[in-house]
Design a protein around this ligand. Sequence first.
Ligand code: HEM
Ligand SMILES: *[C@@H]1O[C@H](CO)[C@@H](O)[C@H](O)[C@H]1NC(C)=O
Ligand SMILES: CC(=O)N[C@H]1CO[C@H](CO)[C@@H](O)[C@@H]1O
Length: 521
Amino acid sequence: MALEWSPTTWIIAASCAVFLGARHLSSGKLDPREPPVVNSAIPFVGHLLGMALYGGRYLKQIGIQNRQKTPVFTLPVPNSRIYIVTDPSLAAAVQRASKVLSFTPIIPEVTERILGLDKATVEIARKNLDPAPGETRGFLADIQDMVYTWLGPGDYLSVLTIAAANQLKAEVAEYIATLRARNIDADRVDLLVWVRHCVTVATAEYLYGPKNPIAEDPALEAAFWDFDHGLGMLLMNIMPSVTASKAYKGRERLVEALADYLEAGTYKTASKIVQERVSLALQHGWTLRATARSELSFLFAGIVNTTTSTFWILLQLFADSELLRTVRGEIEALVTTTDDDSAQVLAIDDLKNKCPMLNAVYRECLRLNSDNNSVRVVKEDTLLSDRWFLAKDSVVQIAGGVIHADAAIWGPDVETFDPKRFLGQQDKERQVHPAAFRAFGGGKTLCPGRHFAMNEILSFVALVVLQLDITGVDGGRIEVPRKNDGVLPVHILEPIVPVLVSIRPRKGYDERELGVVLKKV
Ligand code: HEM
Ligand SMILES: *[C@@H]1O[C@H](CO)[C@@H](O)[C@H](O)[C@H]1NC(C)=O
Ligand SMILES: CC(=O)N[C@H]1CO[C@H](CO)[C@@H](O)[C@@H]1O
């Protein structure tokens, strides 16, 4: 692979060297019990350069080279250490040690960079991050609690699930209506772009209501994806208005629109969870314009991973006719008709329990395409699992991409898409370590939206599988490209090349209205 020394790379390398200084230049261990040290070919900034140049692939490769020798190793970087954990049971130990290995100190810094928060707001966000019971709770502690509770199993989860399924249903109906209006049977689209549009518009609406900023100004949809694609550079935070200008502009346009939306009081027509988030921010002294930035992060969490996961699932299903037949059969078995026979009804709660192959495809797509690491800061010198010394102020990363690609866990065909590996997981022999499946993170940073995301994604896939057909552009087969792992992974990876497909209403499909309910009563 050729090294490309882009100007950005030089800027990154130079700033790393200048800003961070060189305290721990030694390539030796800080303590005899420190995990084995892996040095880079270029001393000092080598590992940082590697990450800047090759993105997630760099860490993943080092992880794969070393995981058989040791479950955790040390990367010396200027001024600090990065410990990389590649073993599920040690990952579980990191997750349990959440008092000393904590994610929360990173949040204000990361959100400041990604969202462009002003100093006063960051000050508020830094307060009482990890409160003990009885202590004053800061904004982040309060909002995390609320989101975890509301999106956990319960009535609100059902309310939001039905709202999302209905919006996605409307998007599919709108696509079919557009074909009819244009008098064509099918349209050629980039599958990822098509899914993006459906999910972005639907999410903006079920979270922020019918008068949400994207509904009012559809150009903001492109701004949203510009923001997403420059996230890695925004995170680097080296003159973002220059080095990540598209992402920066996209973000500022969205923030502007969200701020106007909040100031006009339109959020009172939003989902209950958004209203509660805004009210918590106000209680903690945020201004409405700053709150717009926090809401952008929620909109982002709701859209990006749902989009890319749905893309991979649809792609794999429609690329394999045998698999499609199986999954269609599972889903069709959940469709009934109303008493007067005028409409069909899909019970979406049963998608989780009664469609084993659909669920296996869902998990396998997440396993193959989530390479992101869970990051923790070491707050005190720590002896992990009574064995490994971790130095204060360094960083621990659980290498999700390495664990997802470990043949010792998943079998020799670990690189291939094979949903069957997730069938029969109730069988003890075939169970993997619970911390080995890392798409939703783990421990304290386990995704609060995971139940909702699963409901939503399975519903969207079911609606598409029932009503549409997707083929290669000339009616031919669909090829599944590899993922683009040369970027810093901030979400489920995208394909390396666009996938052009032809989408049409499914032939011979019952055209009665298709309603969604949670459970058939
Ligand atoms: C396939 C879909 C999804 C995947 C794979 C996923 C994965 C994750 C992961 C790994 C994290 C932890 C991030 C970290 O450690 O820094 C996270 C955080 C989060 N996710 Fe998801 N997510 C998905 C969908 C959703 C959806 C649909 C929502 C909400 C509607 C959501 C809401 C959130 C929120 C609010 C956080 C931040 C939690 C915090 O404040 O600590 N996610 N997600
Ligand atoms: C999306 O998924 C990736 C991979 O599982 C995860 O690391 C990331 O934090 C998620 N992002 C959001 C915004 O939920
Ligand atoms: C190491 C790494 O890739 N971590 C990223 C995972 O995703 C979150 C948010 O989506 C980023 O903040 C991390 O930097």
